[in-house]
Design a protein around this ligand. Structure first.
Ligand code: SAM
Length: 246
């Protein structure tokens, strides 16, 4: 079996590449994750991508439920078990579909960035041939929306999770940081006078919200906007770039 891991962007159907569309057309089966308010919103967007670009040519879709992570065991262990369980569900969905030759998964953003589809695919038995097709990540949509370069002139860029930001902070030698997977507005743990922030939620979608400025000036506004949008939609995904002020 050949498995296409197709980066599909972060919510704008126009952000999938021609290469991604070719792979979706070539597949006999698409595995589609579903579950919860956020997951069902993301499943709807994936279906919209298929309807927009493939119309009635879209291949058969087989849904699978994303399991929950076990909350009471150490984080790393919980993630490994979670991957095992997801692989198990892919395997079950494939068996149900009578083992098709070409299968595709639409991976949110880019498959290489904070996504474990590649690791999960390696757990399938027999191990399939895998083709990874790049997609536009939340980082690219964030910087394009704010009309800023990602890096400073010839500078470095650090990408971290909200959890790591809370646990380790930002080293004094680092001055340009993208933060993702942050459910807890972890920028509040930083010295607010030291950074500018470029924040975006629902990037690429019609609901997109952007805010930028001195962290000290707009942190409270982001917290308020974030909470309000989250309760209105039932879910939120946001990312931000922090730049140390000169
Ligand atoms: C599991 S990671 C997946 C990242 C994805 N592979 C990518 O390339 O963007 C999920 C995180 O990506 C970011 N993200 C994904 N989609 C987003 C969107 N539409 N708007 C803002 N942030 C988004 C958020 O930080 C979210 O917590």
């Amino acid at each position: 079996m050949k498995l296409f891991l197709v980066g599909c962007g972060t919510g704008n159907p126009d952000h999938i590449t021609m290469e991604g569309l070719k792979a979706l057309r070539a597949a006999q089966l698409i595995l589609l994750p579903v579950k919860g308010t956020r997951k069902s919103a993301l499943a709807d967007i994936r279906r919209e991508i298929l309807t927009t670009h493939l119309g009635t040519d879209a291949p058969q879709i087989q849904t699978f439920e994303i399991p929950s992570r076990e909350p009471d065991i150490p984080y790393q262990q919980a993630v490994l078990r979670w991957h095992d369980e997801i692989a198990h569900r892919w395997q079950a969905a494939l068996t149900k579909a009578s083992s098709p030759e070409k299968v595709a998964l639409m991976i949110w953003g880019d498959p290489s960035l904070y996504d474990s589809a590649i690791r999960i695919a390696e757990r399938l038995r027999p191990v399939p041939e895998i083709q990874v097709i790049p997609g536009i990540s939340a980082i690219q949509v964030l910087t394009a929306a704010h009309k800023i370069p990602l890096n400073r002139l010839a500078g470095d860029i650090t990408i971290m999770t909200g959890r790591n930001l809370r646990e380790t902070g930002i080293d004094d030698s680092i001055d340009n940081v993208v933060v993702m997977l942050d459910g807890e507005t972890s920028f509040t743990t930083l010295p607010a006078d030291a950074f500018d922030i470029y924040w975006g939620a629902y990037l690429g979608m019609t609901e997109q919200i952007l805010l930028s400025g001195r962290l000290a000036d707009i942190a409270d506004e982001i917290i308020h906007l974030r909470a309000e949008a989250r309760s209105r939609h039932g879910w939120i995904m946001d990312s931000y770039l922090l730049r140390r002020r000169p």
